[in-house]
Design a protein around this ligand. Sequence first.
Ligand SMILES: [Fe+2]
Ligand SMILES: [Fe+2]
Length: 366
Amino acid sequence: MEKHVHQSGNPASRRAFLRKGLAVGGAGAIGAGLLANGLPAFAAEKKSDLTRGDIAILRFLAAAEIIEVDLWKQYNELGGIQDSEVPGGSGNAPYTQAFIPLDGDMSQYIHDNTDDEISHAAFLNEYLIAKGADPVNLDRFRNLPSSRATGAQQIGRLTNLMQLTVDTSWWTRYRSDSKNPDFGETFPQAVPGLMAGQFTAIPRSDDDLAPNNRIQAIANTAGFHFAFIEQGGSSLYPSLAQRVTHPEVLRILLSIGPTETSHFQTWHDKAGNAPAITDPTNGLMFPDLAGSKDPSLKANLIMPEPTVFLSRKFPVCSIIRPTETEGAAMGAVKGLTDDGLFIGQSREFFAVLHQLAEQADEARRE
Ligand SMILES: [Fe+2]
Ligand SMILES: [Fe+2]
């Protein structure tokens, strides 16, 4: 941490880093300790036509995509279309059914989002190998439990979907016409309840399949989580693209990034259809966003509202937000950690992930 603060010369970028990169908690300190003990870094010794910075950014993105694959596969096994393109699960009928109010094609979209993430992770690792750099492998951290519900494979997972604290501020952030997270501004929650505890986004066992409003609340939680994950990818790629060097690496980031946005836009639209219900087992309440008259909440306002960008002296602009590059990788790790996605993960997992993020954030365009 100290190292980064000293590296950031101007006060504005230091502020940006402090905002996004700090508060990683105890795991950050653990990461620094293990790093000093000589964890394998990226392939600095190998010959590659890419800069160290480009390799570091691609390796961090490969890790992020592997994490995405792990969580999307869990969703697909229970709620997606079951086929050989995305194998592993056998489907859970009541959970799949509970997505229908969000959209009759949810199972197709869950399947296709999963397929896309598999392709992102595989491409980035193969590209790294082709360029003489080390790919990323997180297999040794696949130790978290699977759902026990009908449809889920019983294998070790990288990510936890059963104790999530879902941040829904992206909803109001994309509806704001005067604020931008890159200016340090914060945004209210669309579903405050999801930030006020830990909730499962998949049935933990078949006991979670009833009563109706229980499984509906779980599907609603997933619906908002889908958009949370994909808005993160929508920001991460343009944020990191600003610091890559090689035009082909830039092309990769500019070609994958907008597919994350395509996912986000779809999930943003579907989340607005989540029925306004209360989970009878824990009181989690989903508000009536479709019926809201408030422009910061109204469900159909899914197009990114023009807002301030770069400076308030410019006219407002419809943009992806945030796209600040300083500390972007650690910001993404913090977002996923705060989401609860890594609850139960080992100290070594956090050390490796933080090291990948720190190296990506040290990359500079040459
Ligand atoms: Fe992806
Ligand atoms: Fe994604």
